[in-house]
Design a protein around this ligand. Structure first.
Ligand code: 76R
Length: 283
């Protein structure tokens, strides 16, 4: 394209610099209410077209370097939910606007949304800490063959672990739970005033509880400080609501939550393929 024919936004495919984090992806949770009075003004043909349009959009987004999950939301807080994960904020923004308009103007009204990013934990065991624990706790001799093998294995494990946190593959488990969470900055209980070592110890207790739900609950903790109203988005998947209720209840007794956590509203959804979702929500 010559400069004369170009416009500010469509000169070349890469005219706008992508907004890609140093590591990880952007994550947007989107919740909508369906305006049935608006929808009912559509003819059957228009309804079919609108649904085909949303289905096509979901497919297009999924084949454009993004993960997009679709939910039928439980209780009238919201009817339809989406969880979108993608690297470039421009794409996330474009997809989000398109989803809002996907069934025609004013059919989907946003009721809640949350912007966050995947992140590494600052509390995971370091190579040095692991090496030290091999010597002091397991009696392995420093720099021995066993010591070096164990450290190599640790490196491999951490590489996969970190990559799963930054670039997660979201599960197709049915029950979805989302809520935002922050840590207190009160006069008495201030998480951010505590020394790192103390926070790390408390987080180890949290992780111990979490690990007992391995295979029953999949969690993705995404950071939202500076991006949305609280500090993290908590996304949980399970095969049954019982597991969600149990883990959140049990964690309430863990110091990290009992003393320091604040929570926003809870959103529960069922992960459904779009055609079933349309039926479920009365489209
Ligand atoms: O990622 C890991 O497995 C390492 C250990 C771990 C960290 C660092 C971990 C494990 N979490 C971490 C960080 Mn968690 N988590 C929550 C909630 O409702 C509540 O009370 C709290 C909401 C749940 C249900 C949950 C589940 N976790 C965090 C952070 C960031 C804190 C920070 O940086 O200050 C938050 C906000 C948070 C909240 N956590 C686990 C779980 C589960 C199930 C695990 C075990 C995962 C596994 O090992 O398979």
């Amino acid at each position: 394209m010559t400069p004369e024919t170009s416009t500010a936004f469509s000169t070349e495919a890469n005219a706008i610099d992508p907004v890609i984090p140093r590591e990880g992806w952007h994550v947007i949770h989107l919740f909508y209410k369906i305006e049935h009075s608006q929808w009912d003004l559509f003819s059957d043909e228009e309804k079919r077209e609108a649904k085909a349009h949303l289905s096509q959009l979901v497919q297009d987004i999924r084949s454009d370097d993004a993960q997009l999950l679709t939910f039928s939301m439980v209780s009238p807080k919201s009817d339809i939910g989406f969880m979108l994960l993608t690297a470039d904020l421009h794409k996330a923004n474009e997809f989000e606007k398109k989803l809002t308009l996907s069934l025609g103007a004013d059919v989907l009204t946003p009721t809640y949304s949350y912007l966050s990013m995947t992140e590494l934990s600052e509390y995971t065991t370091t190579r040095e800490q692991y090496g030290e624990s091999l010597v002091t706790e397991d009696g392995v001799e420093k720099d021995s063959t066993e010591y070096n093998e164990k450290l190599d294995e640790f490196d491999r494990r951490m590489k996969k672990y970190n990559s799963d946190r930054l670039y997660p593959n979201m599960p197709d488990w049915q029950v979805f739970c989302f809520y935002p969470m922050g840590k207190r900055r009160g006069e008495q209980d201030n998480w951010y005033d505590m020394e790192y070592e103390e926070r790390r110890k408390l987080m180890m207790g949290h992780a111990r509880v979490g690990r007992t739900y391995s295979g029953r609950v999949r969690q993705l903790i995404t950071g939202s400080t500076g991006l949305d109203e609280m500090e993290w988005g908590v996304t949980l998947f399970a095969h049954n609501t019982q597991e969600i209720k149990d883990i959140v209840y049990e964690m309430r007794f863990d110091k990290v939550s009992s003393r320091y956590a604040d929570f926003g509203d809870f959103y529960i959804g069922l992960q459904l393929p779009l055609n079933e979702l349309f039926q479920r929500v009365g489209l």
